[in-house]
Design a protein around this ligand. Structure first.
Ligand SMILES: [Fe+2]
Length: 176
């Protein structure tokens, strides 16, 4: 296995998706790491004024760091596994405004969130593990999204590297 830095630096190692099924729209590129882990770079676009941000749980734990931009994030939590299985939206119990440098983890399958970029796109890195994989998943929807071409993947990677530097990207990927 290549070192992380070498792997990050090679556009041929990256996969890409244009995620458009809900708001906000996201361009995602990712590399696969051992043990089913993934490292994703996200460019998350602001949503229209009349659009509702997608409120959702995640089937796996992850850690995020924002490199630039800002977003609001609503957070809520189901009271039980049953509520989650039935996809009963929990009430929002907290709202955050996250800025460049902010980090957070979602490590509870019952937690839901939204993200709403403010004015500009948000650039972030996400480290996903398969430490647990909950049966409730929005991944199928996501994986059916349009693949980015190799040129689009290269361009988005170059955008991240130009803006933040490959060392910054590498150093800010902190395993869960
Ligand atoms: Fe999410």
């Amino acid at each position: 296995m290549e070192t992380l830095l070498t792997q990050l630096n090679n556009p041929g190692n990256w996969n890409g998706l244009a995620i458009r099924y809900e708001w906000p729209h996201v361009d995602r590129i990712w590399i696969n790491r051992p043990h089913g882990e993934k490292i994703c770079l996200h460019k998350i676009y602001p949503i229209p004024d009349d659009a509702t941000p997608y409120y959702h749980p995640h089937p796996w734990p992850f850690r995020v760091r924002l490199f630039s931009g800002e977003y609001y994030m609503n957070v809520g939590r189901c009271l039980s596994e049953l509520e989650l299985e039935q996809m009963i939206e929990p009430p929002v119990c907290a709202r955050f405004r996250l800025t460049a440098g902010s980090c957070y983890e979602m490590n509870d399958p019952l937690v839901w969130h939204t993200v709403e970029p403010i004015i500009e796109p948000v650039y972030s890195v996400i480290h996903i593990t398969q430490r647990w994989k909950h049966r409730v998943s929005n991944c199928d929807k996501c994986e059916s999204q349009k693949r980015l071409s190799s040129q689009q993947v290269s361009e988005l990677l170059a955008e991240f590297v130009d803006k933040f530097g490959i060392d910054t990207l590498s150093n800010n990927i902190i395993p869960l």
